[in-house]
Design a binder for this molecule. Structure first.
Ligand SMILES: *Cc1c(COP(=O)(O)O)cnc(C)c1O
Length: 411
């Protein structure tokens, strides 16, 4: 015997999207060094951490340098000061009761949404929306929950739920039985949301079919409309069928600081092969305590400061700034007759390409004619073809400049 690799990794498609974008932008820059490019493809925040966060962060670093207050390993699940702040501020105001030990603090929603599949059987059927945040798909491929790749790049065995202009970006319920359903609302990449009633249909489906929903609410803080759920647990009965993943990355500019959390309700039970119910919460606890040693103390203190009066006010100013950009993008593009989705409860604007252009053709047109970089929708899945994603994570000045450039084009 010699060592062999996990061949599931060989099924993964190259993450062609951002490599290809970088290649085309580099080529353009080489040919036209004098042109000023505006990057509207970025899925990363641009504003720095707010003062309240920095103050708490620095104070906690000082504590780490003092023998009286130094901290070694903390609880793998996170410090209770942060879990309590989460329960009090993110759930109580919604009328949702979450217990401290249902909250698992981590270093990212990417890791949590990628790792969570580990505690479920390999025979479970996975459903994802299309277009999709690639992490949900690739981590299930790595685990071996697919049986190969189709010619169109989709994976055999995965169930895709299209979300397009035709269904108003409300994915249909799975037509064939599924066990794990990944939902992300407000959505990346489309920027669209579900109402409470629409989300309730998925919760009801999960209850009727013994399925579980993994709900990624990374963009929750960008919601501006009333009927859009901030948490899946606002839906009656969701605690019996859902896990929720949240992150401070987009909410408070923590993309480089790293802090997030996952809520696994105690009411969530799944059958083992003998038909006996197992608490998912205790499995996730076991997984985290074995493979994870917690988020650093200063980062958790920094995250706690988001919930102070000052912190709340300051992060809201940043979110409002991005959302003003989103409003400008949406209105400017609508004014020139484009069909535009998202941008109301999310920093993402999903643009239908004019004249049924392919995503990459529209990408090239914007790059060459307006020197603007977007993200081709086709890179997020088959149903993303014919769309392009723009983001509000830019300066107001650049956003306005970019919209003027696009308005000057004729399609
Ligand atoms: C940005 C983003 C996250 C955040 O991931 P972190 O690891 O917490 O930075 C999670 N889900 C989606 C869909 C995202 O776009």
């Amino acid at each position: 015997m010699s060592v062999t690799i996990n061949e599931n990794y060989l099924l993964l498609q190259d993450s062609y999207l951002f490599v290809e974008i970088a290649k085309r932008v580099a080529k353009f820059e080489e040919e036209y060094p004098e042109k000023e490019i505006i990057r509207m493809g970025i899925g990363d925040v641009t504003k720095p951490l707010v003062p309240a966060v920095i103050k708490a962060f620095k104070a906690a670093v000082d504590e780490m340098g003092d023998p009286e207050t130094f901290k070694g390993y903390g609880p793998e699940q996170g410090y209770s000061f942060l879990a309590e702040a989460i329960v009090e501020n993110d759930y109580k105001p919604l009328g949702v009761e979450i217990a401290i030990d249902e909250v698992f603090i981590s270093d990212g929603a990417k890791c949590d949404s990628g790792n969570i599949q580990e505690i479920f059987d390999l025979n479970n059927i996975v459903a994802v929306t299309d277009p999709v945040y690639p992490v949900y798909v690739d981590t299930n491929v790595m685990a071996g929950r697919t049986q190969g790749v189709n010619d169109d790049g989709t994976y055999k065995g995965l169930v895709y739920l299209p979300a397009t202009g035709e269904n108003n970006f409300i994915p249909e319920l799975p037509k064939t039985p599924v066990d794990l359903i990944y939902l992300c609302f407000p959505n990346n990449p489309t920027g669209t949301t579900l109402t409470k009633d629409e989300l309730a249909k998925f919760v009801d489906y999960a209850k009727e079919n013994d399925a579980i929903i993994i709900f990624d609410a990374a963009y929750e803080s960008f919601i501006t409309e009333k009927d859009v759920p901030h948490s899946i647990f606002e839906i009656e009965g969701a605690k019996e069928v859902a896990i929720e993943v949240k992150s401070y990355s987009k909410t408070a500019g923590f993309t480089g600081t790293r802090c997030a959390y996952t809520v696994v309700p105690k009411d969530l039970n799944v059958k083992d092969s003998k038909g006996e119910l197992v608490e998912v919460n205790s499995l996730w606890n076991r997984r985290q305590t074995t493979k994870f040693n917690g988020v650093s103390y200063p980062v958790q203190k920094a995250a706690e400061a988001i919930y102070s009066d000052e912190g709340k006010k300051q992060i809201k100013e940043n979110i409002d700034y991005y959302m003003e950009n989103a409003r400008i993008i949406k209105e400017s593009l609508e004014n020139i007759g484009l069909n535009v989705y998202g941008g109301v409860n999310s920093p993402y604007i999903w643009v239908k390409t004019p004249n049924n252009m392919k995503s990459w053709d529209f990408f090239d047109l914007l790059l060459n004619e307006a020197n603007i970089v977007g993200t081709p929708g086709a890179g997020f899945g088959l149903s993303g073809e014919g769309y392009l994603r723009l983001t509000a994570f830019n300066t107001l000045e650049n956003t306005k400049k970019a919209m003027k450039r696009i308005a000057d084009l004729s399609f």
